[in-house]
Design a protein around this ligand. Structure first.
Ligand code: PEP
Ligand code: MN
Length: 362
């Protein structure tokens, strides 16, 4: 006779292998009613594979809602019973692993603030020894691929066979368009290093706001990500955490039907599909280059201000020569020709002078 848990294990296996794998649910479990209603409405869309909810919430500052704690676990168990959806929860300590497993959470995930800390990742890994549960590992909050890889290694060494990655963007100082900059090239490199590991994109924590979720989700699908984790809430504006980035289950379903799901390469289209993927990667990198250039111009403007206040000329030949020398040496090491570096820096420098000029003559 099959027990209920083996059945759930099989469903989880099936979902884990499904493409795209769609995970959704609230940032935080708040009340039993909220968890169950969100789960039911998500299940009704027929587009969701797994239910997420934060039970323990690592918050940047004290005094914010830090999660309902273990008392929310039976709510998730109940939501699973009603909808048949496997559940996933963030864990950061051995005790949280133990509690989550006691309440039959089907997939565990390690959050960005935990991946940065080898002590915590090791504690979670040790608690997972001998346990057969899939684990998703979010990228660390800082753009450090070695930390992300290190976390994967620690969990793998504990004997976990099913490991997946979640790309949730990287924090940076100052305001950008994103809450956490996607830095797609890092996710692409992680994917290259771990070709057999599913990689899921989390547009919610990258965007920090609703209006650009779809755009980021589409980019991820274009880059051949294996799925999406998107936060949803029955009353997004009044969510106890991450209110600005959550959407209702129905809005999520709408978004999912708007996304253009790229087909697997088939024989006749193989060449075109591969080309398209490469072009998408080029587009994303170009977008990032432009973002970075715009940041560079903002710094140039600050310098312009400083020079203005101190009556210093814009062009300082020594500084310009040293920039070029440095760039030639670096370019040589990474395969960029002197000719290209010269043209590129000339253009950047001219643009920078124009920005400074505007400031100095304002
Ligand atoms: C979350 O998923 O709600 C969360 C806390 O995410 P992250 O670890 O990416 O910040
Ligand atoms: Mn969140």
């Amino acid at each position: 006779m099959q027990t209920e848990t083996t059945t759930m294990k099989e469903i989880t296996q099936e979902k884990w292998a499904k493409r795209p794998l769609i995970i959704s649910g609230p940032c935080s479990a708040e009340t039993e009613e909220q968890v169950i209603a969100t789960a039911q409405r998500l299940a009704n869309t027929g587009k969701i594979d797994m239910l997420r909810a934060g039970i323990w919430k690592p918050r940047t500052k004290p005094g914010l809602f830090e999660g309902i704690g273990a008392k929310g676990l039976p709510w998730l168990q109940q939501a699973k019973k009603i909808t048949g959806l496997p559940t996933t929860v963030e864990v950061a300590t051995a005790k949280q692993v133990e509690d989550a497993l006691t309440f039959d959470v089907d997939v565990l995930w390690i959050g960005a603030r935990t991946t940065v800390n080898p002590f915590s990742v090791q504690e979670v890994a040790d608690a997972l020894r001998g346990v057969d549960v899939p684990v998703l590992i979010k990228n660390p909050i800082n753009p450090d691929l070695e930390l992300w890889s290190g976390a994967v290694e620690r969990i793998a060494r504990a004997g976990i066979k099913q490991i997946g990655l979640i790309h949730r963007g990287f924090s940076s100082y100052g305001n950008t368009e994103y809450r956490n900059a996607p830095m797609w090239h890092l996710a692409i490199e992680m994917k290259r290093r771990n070709p057999d590991m599913p990689i899921i994109n989390d547009p919610s924590h990258i965007c920090g706001r609703r209006d650009i979720l779809l755009d980021v989700a589409q980019k991820a699908i274009d880059l051949d990500f294996d799925g999406l984790m998107i936060e949803s809430h029955i009353d997004p504006d009044n969510a106890w955490s991450d209110a600005k980035q959550q959407v209702t289950p129905e809005r999520l379903a709408e978004m999912l039907s708007t996304i253009i799901w790229r087909k697997e390469d088939n024989n006749s289209e193989e060449f075109h599909a591969a080309l398209e993927k490469l072009r998408q990667q080029i587009n994303h990198l170009d977008d990032e280059l432009m973002q970075i250039l715009s940041q560079r111009m903002k710094i140039a403007e600050k310098i312009g201000e400083y020079k203005k206040n101190n009556s210093i000329t814009i062009l300082q030949t020594n500084r310009w020569n040293s920039i070029l020398e440095r760039a030639f040496a670096k370019g040589d090491k990474i395969g960029l020709s002197k000719e290209f570096i010269t043209k590129y820096f000339d253009a950047v420098h001219m643009e920078s002078i124009n920005h400074q000029n505007k400031i100095m003559n304002s």
